[in-house]
Ligand binder design. Structure first.
Ligand code: SF4
Length: 295
């Protein structure tokens, strides 16, 4: 039935009809999309099975039920993630401390993240007001996405910029580190969260690299455009993840040696034991343990 202006709308669906009998057909209730985070996108891009196992592990912790079994996939499906890389044609790199101007203001900071660089004096830090009003987590109900950028800066022209700080990647090795695309995926998702939360689309997102908590001696940052192309990629990525019923493992020495699911003995497809990576003399073990120990 089509309703036009002036025609009364039907009564809203309620949990009981006029006779007081609860309706038996609740199939019309919309099913919310599977909840995803920027970190899920990163994990799926690295290894879809890792993301799936992580979700199942959390569900098992929450309900107290054993981890449900997960199906195997043929080896030929385990070569690379089905998710294509994000568009990074509009990428700028800079060396040194992140540029912050006297007219910029900090409007959000993840209060549960330690070791973030202090870029703003107290009089230009307006994060408390936001956190009191909205809480810590930014939520996009329409795309089923939620998460926390490290920082959100409001520039003099009113534009908003998310900043993701990475203290574990040395700037001088930026072009070698495997995490580069992962970091960009994360900041694209944060751009979307800002777009929904403040009703204003960021033009760019920033990944800021240091070599220690709060900054370091070798700093630099990457500025990635958040335009129509990047936004469309993100929407497609969320759809693809939700439609993927297999979520295959993509074993690789690099990823498996630092994978929490491997550490927790949940993945029989791991390429190497946790913390073991050929070529780095076992040094990765200490770094991986240290990293997850801090998480
Ligand atoms: S151990 Fe390797 S294959 Fe298994 S979930 Fe982790 S990254 Fe994927």
């Amino acid at each position: 039935m089509v309703y036009s202006a002036g025609v009364p709308s039907p009564s809203p669906i309620t949990s009981q009809n006029r006779s007081g009998v609860p309706p038996t057909n609740l199939a019309l209730a919309p099913v919310p999309p599977e909840h995803l985070t920027p970190h899920d996108l990163v994990t799926y891009f690295r290894c879809p099975r890792e993301m799936e196992l992580r979700h199942r592990q959390r569900e098992a912790w929450r309900t107290g039920h054993p981890l449900p079994a997960i199906g195997s996939v043929p080896p030929e499906a385990r070569t690379r993630s089905p998710l294509p890389p994000p568009p990074i044609g509009h990428l700028l790199t800079f060396q040194g401390r992140l540029d912050v101007f006297p007219t910029d203001v900090l409007i959000y900071e993840d209060p549960e993240e330690d070791g973030l660089p202090i870029l703003f004096p107290p009089e230009r830090n307006q994060t408390r007001a936001f956190l009191q009003r909205h809480g810590h987590t930014l939520v996009d109900p329409s795309w089923g996405l939620s998460g926390r950028p490290d920082l959100v800066i409001r520039r003099r022209d009113g534009s908003l910029v998310p900043v993701e700080y990475k203290e574990t990647h040395l700037w001088e090795r930026f072009h070698e580190v495997h995490g580069r695309l992962f970091d960009l995926i994360q900041v694209l998702a944060e751009c979307r969260l800002i777009e929904v939360t403040w009703g204003q689309r960021p033009r760019v997102g920033i990944v800021y690299y240091g070599d220690g908590p709060g900054g370091g001696e070798r700093e630099g940052w990457v500025e990635l455009a958040y335009g129509d192309e990047e936004r469309a990629w993100l929407e497609h990525a969320l759809l693809m993840i939700r439609q993927d019923r297999e979520r295959p493992p993509i074993p690789s020495e690099t990823h498996c040696s630092g994978c929490e699911m491997n550490r927790d003995h949940l993945c029989p497809q791991a390429a190497v034991p946790f913390g073991r990576h050929r070529g780095d003399g076992g040094d990765r073990a200490g770094r991986a343990q240290g990293y997850f120990g801090r998480a």
